[in-house]
Design a protein around this ligand. Sequence first.
Ligand SMILES: NC(=O)c1ccc[n+]([C@@H]2O[C@H](COP(=O)([O-])OP(=O)(O)OC[C@H]3O[C@@H](n4cnc5c(N)ncnc54)[C@H](OP(=O)(O)O)[C@@H]3O)[C@@H](O)[C@H]2O)c1
Length: 303
Amino acid sequence: MKILLTGSNGLLGQKIIDDLLLRTDITLIATAKGENRHPAKGSFIYESVDLNDDEKWLEIFENYRPDALIHGGAMTQVDICEDERVMCDKVNVDATTLLSMLCKHFNTHLIHVSTDFIFDGKKGYYTETDLPAPVNYYGLSKWKAEQAVFASGAKAAILRTILLYGVTYGLSRSNIVLWVKQSLEQGKAITVVKDQSRCPTLAQDLAAACIAAAISGATGIYHICGPEQMDIVTLAKRVANFWHLDANLIGEISSETLKQRATRPPHTAFHLGKANMELDYYPRSLEEGLAIVDAELKAFANG
Ligand SMILES: NC(=O)c1ccc[n+]([C@@H]2O[C@H](COP(=O)([O-])OP(=O)(O)OC[C@H]3O[C@@H](n4cnc5c(N)ncnc54)[C@H](OP(=O)(O)O)[C@@H]3O)[C@@H](O)[C@H]2O)c1
């Protein structure tokens, strides 16, 4: 089986590569914008390609004729999307539209990665049939991308996820868990939002779900996240406790006072019943995930 991957330099992309390198039955063609940042560079095919380079994508599909495309590449910085809407639409919507059409044309199974930010966050636990109502431009762009996927008529699964955490090679990207850990280790006081809650998701768990969807030929929408909803203050305190750091350095702030450029949905969590049943998706607890992050950080430190 040949799997084409976008966003392979990102947190999710790197975990998908790690997982696929363990399998002998899958040929991986990884793509991202910049140079390949995965250390096992020579072990898989890599193409540096902008998501908006239509001609190069046609060439890639013609050359490799992938059985599945896992589309994890996106413009993911929520506040930048709010300010740079034209670019956000180009990367998140136009590129997904093109890739969906290519998947339809080349009979490639599309696994598209989406977000909890398509919801307004008023309800809390969302099922796959709940109606989207994004409250910021990033969420709107990802919802428009979902509609483009289904409009294309390609065989497709959409996997929505929530607040990813994990370690990228060279610590090239941070996330809430690493930021809290590193700040507290340096004795820095931090302020975290108290009136938003999420289900933090270990990047490896989402990677496994994407691969399961590709291998099983799954279609339709799937909600994929960590097993537990918690407010961000609780998340930060659990990170502090796990690494025996000073939780007194964690201060609280309301969303209204914090005034991020893009509004955030207050409470997002997903029902996992469909993913449990159809993708055999059983995510690890936060502390199990932190233990994996800890082992990865130690392995990186030891070279
Ligand atoms: N992170 C989260 O908390 C979260 C939550 C919900 C949903 N998601 C979704 O999950 C997916 C993966 O997220 P992530 O956190 O792994 O993302 P990420 O770490 O920000 O990585 C994004 C990837 O997209 C690539 N990319 C960005 N713009 C591109 C362009 N114009 N052309 C080609 N490649 C481009 C980047 O390539 P370079 O690095 O080479 O520039 C990078 O590999 C995304 O679809 C995101 O919307 C993420």
